[in-house]
Design a protein around this ligand. Structure first.
Ligand SMILES: NC(=O)c1ccc[n+]([C@@H]2O[C@H](COP(=O)([O-])OP(=O)(O)OC[C@H]3O[C@@H](n4cnc5c(N)ncnc54)[C@H](O)[C@@H]3O)[C@@H](O)[C@H]2O)c1
Ligand SMILES: O=c1ccn([C@@H]2O[C@H](COP(=O)(O)OP(=O)(O)O[C@H]3OC[C@](O)(CO)[C@H]3O)[C@@H](O)[C@H]2O)c(=O)[nH]1
Length: 386
């Protein structure tokens, strides 16, 4: 492999990376990138490894020996500190991060996103190890504009909705809206990490992902996850399309999101890993402001793309409105709009996303159809024993 250089033209030395949550959606794509394009080593920590098994076996793989899987739960495992000490850099991806859990399992959500992250920060700080911590765009909560009168022209003013790392406030709903247990836990761990940086010199980078989507995100209920499970929207809509069911639009699908292709986002993370002088001490929005849709528009686009990749016809009624109370239960609330300001990541890392929403949905739904269509047909043909 030719000597790789950083953004300032300096040679990049091979790193050992302790990646916590490596077995998840983002972790599996990050491991793929690190193994196929860099000389770095990965200590992959997770409770599960089904999404990275293709990287771990067989021993004849070109990167064999550069990735080690350690099955552990960071809640209570004495091996954690030793693995962080062995590495140059720790990346913490571990979290409960599916909204259906936030208002139904608020204690688990808070423990997972705040309490369980505390020892990771502590071990990095005490051992002078660099930390890249995965937070969320959800720490911004709701936009300032969402509190303006519905017909206020100020709602069109970017100052009232563009989300900026160093100036935007964090605006959550009231305490009984337990959906915000996750975002609040993420906000507090961000503040703790920032304080460690200020007081003890911890070298940290915080990542705020804006709806990264792609293959291997979450699970298809009843196929590679619990039948009653509620994954994030990409997997929910994929499941509906695969089962020829109407896509459920929560509260009419009015909320807006910007979606970014996982492969574009991973490029940004690799730049953070290999350019510490430009990334340390920063919080980065990582998203695609050009890919903004309402959830209803997402459903319509996914329906069109799925018809193209599967060759199947579109249902008479491809969507159905459902209340958030019915879909998520008590205590749900939502972010109205999430547009990332890109100034800081452009300045520090010169990074921009590339892939349009249509193109990323085409590659993702091709993967979903190829991976799940047969299994779904079989499960429908012989329903599970009652
Ligand atoms: N995917 C996105 O669009 C997105 C958006 C915002 C924030 N994030 C954040 O990025 C991170 C990764 O998200 P993802 O989409 O890959 O989620 P994911 O659920 O696919 O991956 C999380 C992984 O962490 C592991 N994990 C959780 N608790 C653990 C524990 N106690 N010990 C060991 N492993 C544990 C899980 O087994 C899972 O493999 C999370 O912190 C999430 O909050 C992701
Ligand atoms: O069947 C469905 C599923 C969801 N919705 C609505 O889609 C919007 C997006 O929902 P989802 O992808 O579950 O998650 P959010 O974007 O709300 O939050 C996530 O974003 C970042 C992260 O931190 C980690 O991924 C997580 O919190 C939403 O409006 C749902 O109500 C639907 O209509 N139908």
């Amino acid at each position: 492999m030719a000597t790789r250089t950083d953004l300032d033209g300096r040679p990049i030395k091979p790193l050992t990376i302790c990646m916590i949550g490596a077995g998840g959606f983002i972790g599996s794509h990050l491991c793929e990138k690190l193994m196929s394009e860099t000389p770095h080593k990965v200590l992959a920590l997770d409770v599960y490894n089904d999404k990275i098994k293709h990287l771990l076996e067989p021993d004849s793989l070109p990167w064999a020996g550069r990735i080690q899987f350690h099955r552990l739960n960071i809640k209570h495992d004495s091996r954690l500190e030793g693995l962080i000490k062995m590495a140059d850099l720790t990346i913490n991806l571990a979290a409960i991060c599916t909204p259906a859990d936030y208002n139904t399992r608020p204690l688990d959500t808070i423990y997972s996103n705040f309490i369980d992250a505390l020892p990771v920060v502590k071990y990095c700080s005490e051992n002078n190890k660099r930390l890249i911590h995965f937070s969320t765009c959800e720490v911004y909560g709701k936009t300032i504009g969402s509190f303006l009168p519905k017909d206020s022209p100020l709602r069109q003013d970017p100052a009232y909705y563009v989300l900026k790392e160093d100036t935007s406030p964090c605006i959550f709903g009231s305490i009984e809206k337990q959906r915000w247990s996750y975002a609040c836990a993420k906000q507090l761990i961000e503040r703790l990490i920032y304080a460690e940086g200020a007081e003890t010199g911890l070298e940290f980078t915080i990542v705020r992902p804006f709806n990264w989507i792609g293959p291997r995100m979450d699970f298809i209920p009843g196929i590679d996850g619990p039948s009653e499970g509620v994954p994030r929207v990409l997997a929910c809509f994929s499941n509906n399309l695969l089962r020829r069911e109407p896509l459920k639009l929560v509260d009419g699908g009015e909320s807006q999101r910007t979606f970014i292709y996982i492969k574009d986002a991973i490029e940004a993370v690799l730049l953070m890993i290999e350019n510490p002088d430009r990334a340390n001490g920063h919080i980065f929005n990582v998203g695609n402001p050009n890919n903004e849709v309402t959830v209803r528009q997402l459903a319509e686009m996914m329906t069109k793309v799925y018809a193209k990749v599967s060759g199947e016809t579109v249902l008479e009624s491809p969507t159905v409105d459902v209340s958030s109370k019915e879909f998520y239960g008590e205590g749900y609330d939502d972010s109205d709009k999430r547009i990332p300001d890109m100034t800081i990541i452009n300045k520090q890392l010169g990074w921009n996303p590339k892939t349009s929403l249509w193109d990323l949905l085409e590659s993702t739904l091709t993967y979903q159809h190829r991976t799940y269509a047969e299994a779904i047909k079989k499960s429908i043909a012989k329903p599970s024993a009652s």
